[in-house]
Design a protein around this ligand. Structure first.
Ligand code: GLA
Length: 329
């Protein structure tokens, strides 16, 4: 009996730092995958080409966060959440760059869950893997990464309302390219991310859910940092809706301008960009054929994403949306 599963990475086109307040996001899967092949076993033993040490785990795990080597924590998180009756001995192979902000960890979690026999709908799979990620990393992440990796659809991005968890496919037009450029490995991202999540909770304690709050509501927030965070989220939710409309209507210039505005907001109000990412976005948007560009994902390093006319950029990866995580055998 052979197990073979694959889970893609993702890039977020617009809507960052909105998911954990039930906001709007518009990510797509990318044509790079993490694959696991193996056979059923009494424990979990996975070897990765990218890691010197195996992930060797029993089927009962209390604290995934204390597991070594570090990469095995994501495997342990899934095992702890699933409590599978049967383990696996096998190999992990990936062409998703690790630690580059393209959800290599979500892809690993989903691949592990499927390899261990998860049998349920994409939303339940995503929710399980989100809990696994939080237990593994200690970072209070939202649902975006796991949900797009689970529910992605070839040729489409997904407009996701993270509040009531509705998904709407947005077809990527034939006359554009989505180009990802790696800028830098992510640094100090976990603590800064957790602080942003806490700041949003503070804002919500003052003005109610950010998902329904308006800009005028934010004016009553006295702390400038908290007010800025709230304003980013409220504006970003609106930009995501407008971006989806623009792409659906073939208004690519408008879509590009929304990406540029999103980047400016993450840079100035949410403070998750870095000077190197700002420079990359500035250089990209000055080039002919580039509609827009922005940092993508959690920030503090990682990648920038650009929406361009086909062939406009010589550097970077042209990414294509593929189907979400699935069993191959
Ligand atoms: C990380 C998290 C996601 C999301 C993004 C920012 O990728 O895992 O849940 O919050 O950052 O949009």
């Amino acid at each position: 009996m052979t197990i073979h599963v694959r889970a893609p990475g993702r890039v977020n086109l617009i809507g960052d730092h909105t998911d954990y307040t039930g906001g709007m996001v518009l990510p797509m899967t990318i044509d790079r995958w993490t694959e696991i092949r193996g056979i059923p076993a009494v424990t979990v033993s996975l070897k990765s080409d990218d890691e010197p040490q195996l992930a060797e785990l029993p089927l009962e795990i209390d604290d995934p966060h204390s597991v070594e080597p570090h990469w095995a924590r994501y495997v342990a998180g899934v095992v702890a959440e699933m409590q599978p009756p049967v383990g696996i001995t096998g190999t992990v192979v990936t062409d998703i760059p690790i630690g580059a902000g393209l959800s290599s960890s979500a892809a690993l979690e989903l691949a592990v869950a499927l390899a261990l026999g998860f049998d349920g709908d994409p939303l339940s799979l995503a929710q399980l893997c989100r809990r696994a990620e939080i237990r593994a990393s200690g970072v209070p992440c939202g649902i975006m990464d796991q949900l797009i990796v689970a529910a992605g659809r070839a040729g489409h991005a997904l407009l996701i309302d993270c509040g009531n968890v509705t998904l709407e496919p947005v077809r990527i037009p034939d006359d554009v390219e989505i180009v990802v450029q790696f800028v830098a490995h992510r640094a100090l991202a976990s603590s800064a991310y957790a602080r942003r999540v806490a700041e949003c909770s503070t804002a919500e304690a003052e003005i109610g859910p950010l998902r329904t709050a308006t800009l005028p509501d934010t004016l009553s927030i006295t702390d400038e940092t908290i007010r800025s965070r709230a304003q980013h989220v409220i504006n970003e939710n609106q930009r995501v809706r407008e971006f989806a409309d623009a792409v659906n209507g073939g208004e690519l210039r408008e879509a590009g301008l929304l990406m540029i505005a999103s980047h400016a907001s993450l840079r100035d109000l949410y403070l998750t960009s870095t000077p190197v990412m700002d420079a990359a976005v500035e250089q990209l948007t000055a080039l002919p054929g580039v509609y827009g560009a922005r940092m993508t994902g959690g920030g503090f390093g990682g990648c920038v994403v650009a929406l361009t006319r086909p062939g406009a950029l010589a550097d970077g990866w042209v990414v294509r949306a593929v189907d979400g995580a699935h069993r191959v055998a």
